[in-house]
Design a protein around this ligand. Sequence first.
Ligand code: ATP
Length: 450
Amino acid sequence: MSTDESAVLKSGGKPQVTMEKLVGLCKRRGLVFASSDIYGGLGSTWDYGPLGVELKRNVKEAWWREMVQRRSDIMGLDAAILMHPRTWEASGHLQSFTDPLVDCKACKQRFRADQVADGRCPECGGELTEPRNFNLMFKTFIGPLEDSAHAAYLRPETAQGIFVNFGNLLDTQRVKLPFGVAQIGKSFRNEITPGNFIFRTREFEQMEMEFFIPPDPTQEARWFEYWVELRLGWYVKHGIEREHLRLRPHGKDELSHYSRGTTDIEFLYPFGWGELEGLAKRGSYDLDRHAEFSGKDLTFFDEEAKTRYRPWVIEPAAGVDRALLAFLLDAYDEDIVEDEARVVLRLDPRLAPIKAAVLPLLRKGGQVEKALEVRARLQPHFPTAYDQAGSIGRRYRRQDEVGTPWCVTIDHQTMSDDTVTLRDRDSTAQVRLPIAALVGELNERIGWHR
Ligand code: ATP
């Protein structure tokens, strides 16, 4: 990860928000809290608060809609986190899912060998040991006996749940190649150097899709390019600036043990370029290994070619938490409205935790009752907020800060003609419209279909 370009300017010429500011906002407004805070926190683990959980669900749903529900060639799956330990022998993770570690002989701290620049301890300058391989999988035991026969692992990627179900899917779903299987779920990695807020944690969520194709390098190249472009477009379509994204093909020496070729989609975080999503050509590596270790026939019968083979795989693997971080970073903005500074999260309305806030201008004249009635009308359609505390300007700014795209204001006129004002978060422009038209107008503006 390079830090050379960390002082990037947003397209409006504003510097990107610092991580510190974003973490502060997330805590203050209940998006993300440090986990186990009352005990001093557990390093690099985070809890999503009431607004954060909505945002996270929206990120996952946006992915699921695009990758599963809107397509006819991809199906979903939800496999268990605990899997048979043989899975990890077959997948190669037991042997190869390691990071090289060095210890400082003086202060005893541990570092990833590839992250120590000059061979001395980055903390105290002490001498380092030779690198040793450290497996990143979390180990546990199934049942009451804590011995090696009962050892199990928390999955370090969701993908293996898809590969071990390949036979079940062929047997129960009528599929022809190419087809994909998608899954969202928690993964665990005992990272040596977690950090940068929710960028790298030991418990995180992944959105992975395994796309099965005939074993043919030409088709592989074509589909790989297709998926790289589609995934890049997904981020842009949901609010990431194109110039904050770049593609980085892996060199031969850094490929994962299962990969025939990998390209990362990188994002420009405040600390520099870092991975957002990885796209890998996994070939038939996983199905071959599971066939060998399980003794099951994991071949596909190609009706047209009248042959059996194990398909090749293209995998776009994204992180929910990293995507959420990138969406927040690019949405964060500060501007001046009516001579007052405000913080505004310009989130895509589909991702925004709350779609509309209903605000009575005054707490009298029946406006409160009317506002609650309007809220009750909107709430079955999308998450809404209600706020009657403080000046109207302050209430708008509270909503801007958490990315609520629209505020619906009930005023004196509402009481006589059943119209409200609708204020737009980004432009702060207001229009007047009938209460009866609100749901339709807001659904249209959210643009679910985009
Ligand atoms: P890195 O090089 O940053 O360690 P990786 O190449 O090991 O990541 P993959 O195995 O390709 O990551 O996992 C796919 C995606 O899962 C990543 O692009 C990232 O979004 C997410 N991810 C992986 N590890 C973590 C982690 N420790 N914390 C949060 N997200 C993660």
